[in-house]
Design a protein around this ligand. Structure first.
Ligand SMILES: Nc1nc2c(ncn2[C@@H]2O[C@H](COP(=O)(O)OP(=O)(O)OP(=O)(O)O)[C@@H](O)[C@H]2O)c(=O)[nH]1
Ligand SMILES: [Mg+2]
Length: 191
């Protein structure tokens, strides 16, 4: 479980490694907790940079899980302060990534305290368009009371037009809630 290693950091599709093992991508708005989730689920403090500066990870990071597959940290969307040129390259990078034959699935991270926005809706459209398996994880659940989890998950499901089997999984990088379920689902996607 702890054998996840960063293999390549790509700023352009030409830098992606040649397709080989199955990959599961992590995507969500900037600052939603993508890097923190990877570190918590794989118990690797500091593997992915966690920052207080949103929009820090403007790259596609391929982290290899031994001979099983890759966990891929995609750049976050929705950060207003990045230059226009960076916003344009975001779409190209993410679309090129999702078109890879080895992209076996994706995890869309959403903040428990927010509502569905155009960024998340576009991602769900991309997944359906490319026929990618995906599931939704609701991050930062430690920031609200446990009683809020179900109504918040239902609000996200409605906002993203998810099916009854697609209700978001509550997660907290602070408490570790949801980590085991997420690990299992990533591994299922890699099989
Ligand atoms: N309370 C709480 N804070 C969290 C959680 N997950 C992430 N954070 C905090 O949210 C901030 C952003 O976390 P990151 O993991 O860097 O988020 P990211 O999605 O990788 O951000 P970018 O790479 O910049 O797009 C950091 O200050 C984290 O400590 C969580 O589950 N609970
Ligand atoms: Mg990050």
């Amino acid at each position: 479980m702890s054998d996840l290693q960063v293999e390549r950091v790509c700023q352009a599709p030409s830098q992606f490694p040649a397709p080989s093992l199955p990959e599961v991508a992590i995507i969500g708005r900037s600052n939603v907790g993508k890097s923190s989730l990877i570190n918590k689920v794989y118990r690797r403090k500091g593997l992915m940079r966690v920052s207080n500066t949103p929009g820090r990870t403007q790259a596609v990071i391929f982290a290899r899980l031994a001979d099983k597959g890759y966990v891929v940290d995609l750049p976050g969307f929705g950060y207003a302060k990045v230059p226009l040129a960076v916003k344009a390259s975001w779409g190209k990078l993410v679309e090129a990534y999702l078109a890879r034959p080895t992209c076996a699935g994706a995890i869309l991270l959403v903040d428990v305290r927010r509502d569905a926005g155009p960024g998340e809706m576009k991602m769900v459209d991309y997944f359906r368009h490319y026929g990618k398996k995906f599931f939704v994880v609701m991050t930062k659940c430690d920031k609200v009371s446990r009683g809020q989890w179900k109504p918040r998950a239902q609000a996200w499901a409605k906002g993203l037009a998810l099916g009854p089997e697609e209700t978001p999984i509550p997660f907290s990088a602070v408490s570790g809630e949801g980590a085991k379920t997420i690990l299992r689902k990533i591994e299922e996607n890699m099989e």
